[in-house]
Design a protein around this ligand. Structure first.
Ligand code: PLP
Length: 382
């Protein structure tokens, strides 16, 4: 497996669980339970909450893509984050990046705090985080690039600091996907994905992943997994498996489009800021170039007024105004009322998430058509 390049890993079948008839599309094992041949003679599959062949095939591919030893497929990205939080106990302290997907911030503030965990928030991309550690710090949690401000943190450097203090490093790798970045190789202990996004890739299903490479951590997470029961269904597992087959080609095209759109937005007189890690002027450009194989297809930009935001969202014809990201179609999102609606106001302001900020998840359409759509929306503003 390690000898294959990533484009090939996207097509892998685990021979040990492969279908006996040689089907290239892995079958959907739509069964809640599995018969035993005799006492103590399990086929390896007992009950779908615990294991399912279709889901196991998907987990094998995702673990391979992330260079982990195991991956667990969940019913959503948030179910994956919530399961990871079950590793911790009351009074455990977390350092979390200040700019994160709003749903993760909501989970930490409204659920994890209630369960006795404590949190310190900081801008980890600044590199100035050593003072945030406490004696009871058990984990550091981040996204890189972050949602939606695209801040980039040096994963390897942070892993060293976390491990010096016996804290785990947890990285949500949704924005770059394993095609562009492998946090486990850089020292992270746990990788999380919203599989809804680039892995699924078609805006047609919800899923999530936790990937690890440590045996003990894996056993603890597998226990949480079977006990809390948020595993991905066989059909959704199959959809994400199918999505992964084209991960590399989708992301190559989407990234190429993102570069073109970022360059176009830079020339637009109504745009006051373009935030894309692939631009050399982005503060995280150097770190991105060092730790990732690409810059992704997510970018944010700020326009001169809230009125213009409203106008753009009403006027776009090709680009969808919708929450989510990572699919074949380009989406525009207004973080302040959508993905980050529940983030406390002071944190929004601190992170620079204003009412003039828009986020684009660039798809695989023709870049000229996408730019023409943006252009017509700006041009009709008076
Ligand atoms: N992590 C990131 C970076 C996200 O953007 C999202 C959702 O947008 C999630 C996690 C949560 O994933 P899901 O919506 O699949 O629960």
């Amino acid at each position: 497996m390690e000898n294959y390049s990533i484009e090939t890993v996207c097509q892998l079948n685990d021979k040990s669980i492969a279908d006996q008839w040689g089907a290239l599309s892995f079958p959907i094992y739509q069964s809640a339970t599995f018969a035993h041949r005799g006492l103590g003679e399990s086929t390896g599959f007992d009950y779908t909450r615990m294991q399912n062949p279709t889901r196991q095939q998907l987990e094998y591919v995702v673990a391979s893509l992330e260079h982990g030893t195991d991956a667990m497929a969940f019913a959503s990205g948030m179910a994956a984050v919530a399961a990871v939080m079950e590793l911790f106990r009351p009074d455990d302290h977390f350092i979390v990046d200040s700019d994160l997907y709003g749903g993760s911030i909501r989970l930490f503030n409204e659920i994890s705090k209630k369960n006795g965990l404590t949190f310190t928030t900081g801008d980890l991309s600044s590199g100035d985080y050593r003072f945030l550690f406490q004696n009871n710090t058990k984990a550091v949690y981040l996204e890189t690039p972050t949602n939606p401000m695209m801040n980039v943190t040096d994963i390897a450097e942070l892993a060293v600091e976390a491990h010096k203090r016996d804290a785990l490093l947890i990285v949500d790798n949704t924005f770059l996907s394993p095609y562009f970045q492998n946090p486990l190789d850089l020292g992270a202990d746990i990788v999380i994905h919203s599989g809804t996004k680039f892995l699924g890739g078609h805006h047609d299903t919800i899923g999530g992943f936790v990937v690890v490479k440590d045996k003990e951590l894996d056993e603890r997470l597998r226990y949480i997994y079977k006990t809390t029961g948020a595993g991905l269904s066989p059909f959704d597992s199959w959809l994400i498996l199918r999505g992964i087959r084209t991960l590399s080609v989708r992301l190559d095209r989407a990234q190429e489009n993102a570069f073109k759109i970022a360059e176009y937005l830079k020339t637009n007189k109504y745009v006051t800021k373009v935030i894309y890690p692939g631009l050399p002027e982005h503060p995280g450009y150097k770190i991105s170039t060092k730790q990732a194989r690409g810059y992704g297809a997510m970018l944010s930009f700020e326009v001169e007024s809230k009125e213009l935001v409203e106008h753009i969202l009403r006027s776009l014809e090709l680009i969808y105004f919708a929450e989510s990201l990572g699919g074949t179609e380009t989406l525009i999102t207004y973080p302040i009322t959508q993905t980050h609606a529940d983030v406390p106001k002071d944190l929004l302001a601190k992170n620079g998430i204003t009412d003039r900020l828009l986020r684009l998840s660039v798809g695989i359409e023709n870049a000229d058509d996408l730019i023409a759509d943006l252009e017509q929306a700006f041009a009709s503003f008076s």
